[in-house]
Design a protein around this ligand. Sequence first.
Ligand code: ZN
Length: 284
Amino acid sequence: MAVSYTQFPGHWGFDAKASPPWQMLPVGGMRFLMASGTFGLAPRVHVPSGSAASLTATESFAAGYSLLKLTGIRGGKAFIDWAPPGTSLSDPFVSEGLLEVSVKAQKLVGTAFHYVEAGRRQTTARRIADLEDMIRGANELLTPQANVRLESKSAKILNLRQRLGKVVYDAGDPEKPWKRDEWEIVTRNADPSADFNVFFVREFEDDDTPRIDRTDAAVRWWERNCILEDDTGHDAAEVLAHETMHLLRLGHSTKAAHLSAPGHLRTGTIITRDQANIINRSGT
Ligand SMILES: [Zn+2]
């Protein structure tokens, strides 16, 4: 019987569609997979040459399941396979049940949050008191799947001298004279020592349809700046997690189930192997 893996409900950094299947394992953390077809076999850890990975893999049994328990010790790439107990690693590699593991060190994103006030029509309704919940929600998506963690470096009200209108515009195409470009007016107040600057505004648009409200936020990763509006279609924590992935150089996915799918398409919050390996290079 072929060895196969099933993850526990929720998103814990297991990618069954990757070949071989893949598991993200945090340094200093654990992951469990339900394994079937492992009768009479034991898990083995293979660390390819050039990888600094250190981890343990043990099998236990609970409620009729075989559980593979992985513990991450040091970052790097590794593989698990299954062989009769006592089989040494110099014995032929058993590709049955092969699992790729990325042991990932935590990637911290120290973020400065700015609550923009730019006149009566352009003042964010968000409150600093709600920030902790928002960061927790974003980390619930990013940390278990990719070991990326947002941290608040600072959170302040940013009172702009300049009064802005109902919508903060980012002129995607500066050739169009009817477009105002207010990106710089807002983001020039960034904290250059932060990994990421997030500006909360009341309403933001950056596309060719400035009168249709369809853009919730935008990131310029090369500036490490994000503008994020109040009325996001999705949960604000989810939008913050999505924008953080843009900061970390990930583009859009066309699969609705992915957290990296654009807002108008997105129905899920999955981060795949390839996406996790872009936003956190550790263990690749
Ligand atoms: Zn996006």
